[in-house]
Ligand binder design. Structure first.
Ligand code: PLP
Length: 425
């Protein structure tokens, strides 16, 4: 899907509807970071004032992130990304316990999925819980999976593909009653959900990533409740009170602190204006197009996420056309060397591969304008109608012959390959 430089020049205006993939850096965040990329370059571990000044600002950033979670700054460990926070949480939990079983779900981000696959290869037991067709999971499902040898339960708070929320506080309470550590990948939640009750809940470990809340890429947080034993995952100097080695990514941490403040200030905008925009987007598409399904339980989702099945059309074809119109969205499927795998999240919800391949995720943010949504709504319905009109997956095109799904898919893949080739030319 790589656009040539001349194509990129034609689309200086981007309508960015992929905020679960990453977010733009807030101008206030950038402004807060600049002095730490220029004049204040001291090492926060240095003993002289030039370093101590930076250390002071690092402390302030830690306090701001702690305020987001309603916790003590001592419970915040800065990492390099959400993936590192996830990996560290599970690794540490298993290192501090003689138990060798993990409970997780089939719909986690690859940061957890691939780590638990690895643990399984290393001889650990892993239970991956399925979800309901609406993407939900109950605390009772988790309780049943906990065994005597369970060392950690890791369940995401909000799904990155569908936005579906899991009852993590309830699950954490169950884990506490059974003496099992509970970790949640909360990477998709800051600024979208109120996290100020985290420290009062029974959650032991929680992951955040800077680039999902208008801070830069390459910075993350692991919240570790007081008295939770932690084994460093990155071993080195005594930074982060000995919990995570490596000189701090100062400017990004300062940016993350400012982003945490903005996330608190803007929570109501996300929960009202952004939610209303997302709901209007879905309602309008449902009115204008048949054979369209909104994935995930309607009232148990992040306010900014919309995952939509456009039956009889390949998501990759939709995304390529949206890209040409300057609209960024994504599919849950991995687009690797021409083979299209359906999303593991949508598959776990019991969706057929054909429908899963038709799903597109749109995700909004504080910076999404009403005009962006209007533009997308102008483009999408005729685009889907046009794609359906030529789609071999459309059962209306069987000319009264039996519908051969395999042949139709082969035809569709050939069509996709030639479209991709023409785009890459
Ligand atoms: N967990 C979830 C739910 C995510 O959506 C992501 C990023 O897409 C991650 C973890 C990984 O975060 P990072 O990109 O900071 O490693």
């Amino acid at each position: 899907m790589s656009a040539t430089p001349s194509e990129q020049k034609k689309h200086p205006e981007v309508v960015y509807l992929d905020n679960n993939a990453t977010t733009r850096i807030a101008p206030e965040v950038f402004e807060a970071m600049v002095p730490f990329l220029t004049e204040h370059y001291g090492n926060p571990s240095s003993a002289y004032r030039f370093g101590k000044f930076v250390e002071g600002h690092l402390k302030e950033a830690r306090e701001k992130v702690a305020a987001l979670l309603g916790c003590s700054p001592k419970e915040i460990i800065f990492t390099s990304c959400g993936t590192e926070s996830d990996n560290m949480a599970i690794w540490s939990a298993l290192q501090t316990s003689a138990k060798r079983h993990v409970v997780t779900t089939q719909v986690e981000h690859s940061a957890i999925m691939n780590q638990t696959d690895y643990l399984e290869r290393m001889g650990f037991g892993v239970t991956r819980l399925p979800v309901q067709p609406d993407g939900t999971l109950t605390a009772a499902d988790v309780e049943k999976a906990i065994r005597d040898d369970t060392g950690v339960v890791s369940i995401m708070w909000a799904n990155n593909e569908t936005g579906v929320l899991f009852p993590v506080e309830e699950i954490a309470a169950i884990c506490k009653s059974k003496g099992v550590l509970f970790h949640t990948d909360a990477v998709q939640t800051p600024g979208k959900l109120d996290l100020s009750g985290v420290a009062k809940s029974d959650i032991d470990l929680l992951s955040i990533s800077g680039h999902k809340l208008h801070a830069p890429k390459g910075v993350g947080v692991l919240y570790a409740r007081k008295r939770t034993k932690l084994i460093p995952y990155v071993i080195g100097g005594g930074q982060e009170r000995g919990k995570r080695g490596g000189t701090e990514n100062v400017a990004s941490i300062i940016g993350l602190g400012r982003a945490a403040e903005l996330a608190i200030e803007r929570l109501s905008d996300e929960q009202t204006r952004v939610r209303a925009m997302r709901d209007l987007f879905e309602e309008t598409l449902l009115q204008r197009l048949p054979h369209l399904f909104i994935n995930g339980k309607r009232d148990q989702r992040l306010p900014n996420t919309s995952n939509i099945a456009f039956d009889f059309v390949e998501a990759e074809a939709i995304l390529m056309r949206l890209d040409r119109k300057g609209i960024c969205a994504s599919s849950g499927s991995a687009c690797t060397t021409g083979s299209l795998d359906p999303s593991h999240v949508l598959s776990a919800m019991g969706m057929t591969p054909a429908r899963a391949r038709s799903c597109v995720r749109f995700s909004f943010s504080h910076y999404t304008r009403e005009s962006d949504v209007d533009y997308a709504l102008e483009i999408i319905p005729p685009m889907i109608e046009e794609l359906r009109a030529m789609s071999p997956l459309n059962p209306e095109h069987t000319d009264n012959f039996a519908y051969d799904v395999t042949a139709a898919r082969e035809k569709e893949e050939k069509m996709m390959a030639s479209t991709m080739a023409s785009i890459n030319e």
